[in-house]
Design a protein around this ligand. Structure first.
Ligand code: BGC
Length: 766
């Protein structure tokens, strides 16, 4: 960078304004688009540099050449951490922070200004092809984990891009589909994770999504990009388009989309300049976005000037720690007879042969396909790691069992696997989704494992009952009915480059499983909330399930699930006692004692759900509002503390367009999963005043419930038949649902239509 460049934070503000003043309109317009696939545009005349931005999210995908946004061409080696589907299962914000710091160091060392992630879109259905890149079906969990990651990355002096804003919950027609979502659902489910990250971590950039929301492209939606994001949430950074998300460039600038990526080859700049010339876009609007680009460059300049180095060994070790925390033990049933019966896992260090079956043990499935595909610095496989872990004290035999690329069972491979299983004391079967089953760019056709893998499992289980299944998949798969055939099931999602060692640690008990499900595993896909409303038709997808995403749906319909949201076993057990819930600030403080009642150290994730038993609006049965992890030695007790702010009790009130707490009692449920609530307590909170404007169109009920007009209307009604009719316990309901103006027209009603303006004025004054 030259003298003129923006270099230090202290002077950055003044330098940005100075630079802006020296740029011509054409130069400012040029800043609003990329110069190639991954770089912003430089203005050499005044020393404005171009910076590089690149994917993301769970590792750096910096392409030296052959640029594409589909993960097709090679990139420089970088640590491949577990994708979000894995990381989310850790429920561990401190871990996410450390992973973020490592990602930030790698980003900085490669002189990249912004890592394009994380993605916090909700997992609306397991069929979304890109779920492996997203955290959860719950916005509080996704938001808090992503915020920690963002803080970690940005602590290294480089930025993040919170994506894909917003309601990008499917890959089918992702560039054009309109997500048709009612406002309350948008606010409470699909925007909340973004909001939590923006408010608490200020990502340097937000990436708008490809799709439309209620008919309007996210890339040109002023409500989304300016009113909600900036005016309500206080976002201070830059909005960048997803790659190729711009529809009409000048409309985007007006709406608040600052930077178009990748380069449009000058088309975007031309359109911006034409719009200014035509008077449909102001120079001030161009300045606003140009300023944000300059501010981004200023923020990145110090780190880019001193890129530092990366300790790849240390990052691999962190990737292994993260992978260990990401796997979820779903089942661990006792095997053996009578007094000898014990859970199948962990595997003892000595004993008979261990048969390892499945190609994924040797050739791991460790990340998803598309723009997030990282070129790992190393790649560990579980087979080698298990051999190393047993170190010869147990024989490990391997059979590939299936070819991940083939749909049909290979009889020879299956026979070999069955033979290995029959001759072993215990069998570990690695199953999962082949890479082609899930990717950015398209959705899954179904939620099943390949039929050949299930058939293989049946044959193996028939030969040896002591079977552990290890699953690799980026999104939930159907585990019923085959899981009933096996005593133990470890869901590893996608574990990144160090997953092999992590799996060996978990299977042998060198590490105690601590992951918890960040998404429900349904019993059958037919129960999914989006059935009938996915992936839509004629360019529209209707979010007909409304608020009832994930466990909210399964709870509302009292449906059985294979494994509930929040579930995860450990090699120890935990007891909950002494729940204390008390008012604190404008919300509540929750404390509960947790005791490790088993024989080994372990980590429990305490989950806090809130239920509003009585509300004028529909509330889901329960919603996660906080969580805390506790690591405890055998016999040790600790206190989990979770702070609930007022928002934890609020809903989005569409009539007054704000978050509202309706006063009264709330139930606070504390437990080990959404379906394993251990303790509950009640707390009463004062409500917010919600004064809905009363008009003649309002029902008599609304007039009667209003604190000021209620007594006055009653007085006007007197003691006669109208009062009696309106207060009748049965027919009164029908009467009170009539708008006041209509009732005034009924013969003999004591309030006349001509008096309504005075009544409305009275209500407005109240
Ligand atoms: C993806 C983004 C990614 C971008 C750049 C797009 O296709 O949706 O997540 O950051 O490409 O590769």
């Amino acid at each position: 960078m030259t003298d003129n460049a923006v270099t230090t934070p202290a002077t950055a503000g003044a330098r940005v304004e100075d630079l802006l003043a020296r740029l011509t309109l054409e130069e400012k317009a040029s800043l609003l688009g990329g110069s190639d696939f991954w770089h912003t545009t430089a203005v050499e005349r005044v020393g404005v540099p171009a910076v590089m931005v690149t994917d993301g999210p769970h590792g750096l995908r910096k392409q030296a050449e052959g640029a594409d946004h589909l993960g097709l061409n090679a990139s420089v080696p970088a640590t491949c951490f577990p994708p979000a589907a894995g990381l989310a299962s850790s429920w561990d914000t401190a871990l996410l922070r450390r992973v973020g710091e490592a990602l930030g160091r790698e980003t900085r060392a490669e002189r990249v200004a912004v890592l394009l992630g994380p993605g916090v879109n909700m997992k609306r259905t397991p069929l979304c092809g890109r779920n492996f890149e997203y955290f959860s079906e719950d916005p509080v969990l996704a938001g808090d984990l992503a915020a920690a990651l963002v803080r970690g990355v940005q602590s290294q002096g480089v930025g993040t891009s919170l994506k894909h804003f917003a309601a990008n919950n499917q890959e089918t027609q992702r560039m054009t589909v309109s997500a048709d979502v009612d406002e309350r659902t948008l606010r409470e489910v699909y925007l909340t994770a973004f909001e939590r990250v923006v408010r608490t971590a200020q990502p340097w950039t937000v990436m708008c999504s490809y799709n439309r929301i209620n008919g309007v492209y996210a890339s040109e939606d002023p409500w989304l990009l300016t009113r909600v994001l900036r005016e309500e949430w206080g976002f201070e950074g830059l909005v960048v388009s997803d790659w190729g998300a711009v529809n009409v460039r000048e409309d985007g600038v007006r709406a608040g989309l600052d930077l178009e990526m990748p380069s449009s080859g000058g088309t975007g700049t031309r359109r911006v300049l034409d719009a200014v010339a035509a008077g449909t876009l102001s120079e001030a609007e161009v300045d606003r976005s140009a300023r944000r680009v300059l501010e981004l460059l200023a923020k990145a300049a110090p780190a880019l000037a001193e890129p530092g180095t990366v300790d790849h060994e240390a990052h691999h070790a962190l990737a292994r720690e993260a992978a260990t925390a990401s796997a979820v033990l779903l089942r661990n049933e006792p095997v053996g007879e009578g007094a000898h019966a014990a859970p199948l896992l962990p595997l003892a260090p000595t004993g008979g042969a261990v048969a390892v079956v499945g190609e994924f043990a040797r050739t791991p499935r460790y990340q998803g396909a598309g723009s997030s595909q990282v070129n790992p610095t190393r790649l560990d496989d579980a087979l080698s790691a298990l051999r190393a872990a047993f170190g010869g004290s147990r024989e490990v035999v391997f059979a590939a069992g299936y070819d991940p690329d083939a749909e049909d069972l290979d009889a020879a491979l299956a026979r070999e696997a069955v033979d290995a299983a029959a001759g072993a004391e215990v069998v570990v079967v690695f199953l999962g989704l082949p890479p082609r089953y899930e990717s950015e760019g398209y959705d899954r056709a179904h939620t099943h494992l390949p039929a050949a893998q299930v058939e293989l499992l049946e044959r193996v289980a028939a030969a040896n009952a002591r079977v552990v299944v290890v699953l690799s998949n980026g999104s939930a798969v159907t585990v019923e009915p085959w899981q009933q055939r096996v005593p133990a099931l470890l869901e590893t999602w996608l574990l990144g480059q160090a997953g092999g060692g992590a799996v060996a640690d978990l299977l042998t008990g060198a590490a105690n499983p601590s992951g918890r499900l960040a998404e429900t595993i349904p019993a059958r896909h037919e129960d999914d909330p989006t059935v009938g409303n996915f992936p839509g038709e004629n360019g529209h997808v209707r979010y007909g399930e409304g608020l009832l995403i994930g466990y909210r749906w399964y709870d509302a319909h009292a449906l059985p699930v294979a494994h509930p949201f929040g579930h995860g076993l450990s090699y120890t057990t935990f007891a909950y006692s002494d729940l204390r819930v008390r008012p604190a600030g404008d919300g509540a403080q929750v404390e509960v004692t947790v005791t490790n009642t088993g024989a080994v150290a372990g980590t429990e994730t305490v989950q806090v759900y809130v239920r509003d038993p009585e509300c004028s609006a529909y509330r889901p049965e329960q919603e996660l509002k906080g969580f805390a992890r506790l690591t405890l030695a055998p016999g040790e007790s600790g206190t989990a503390t979770v702070a609930l702010d007022r928002r934890a009790f609020a809903f989005w009130h569409t009539a007054v367009q704000r978050w509202v707490v309706e006063g009264g009692g709330f139930e606070v449920r504390v437990g080990a999963s959404s379906r394993d609530v251990r303790l509950t307590a009640s707390i009463a909170l004062d409500g917010d005043d919600v004064a809905l404007p009363l008009t003649g169109e309002s029902t008599v009920d609304a007039w009667l419930e209003h604190p000021v007009t209620g007594p006055l209307v009653r007085e006007a009604l007197g003691e006669g038949r109208w009062r009696a009719m309106l207060e009748d316990p049965h027919n009164g309901q029908m009467m009170r649902a009539i708008p006041l103006v209509r009732l005034t027209r009924f013969p003999g009603f004591p309030i006349g239509e001509d008096e309504l303006p005075a009544w409305e004025a009275r209500a407005a004054r109240a």
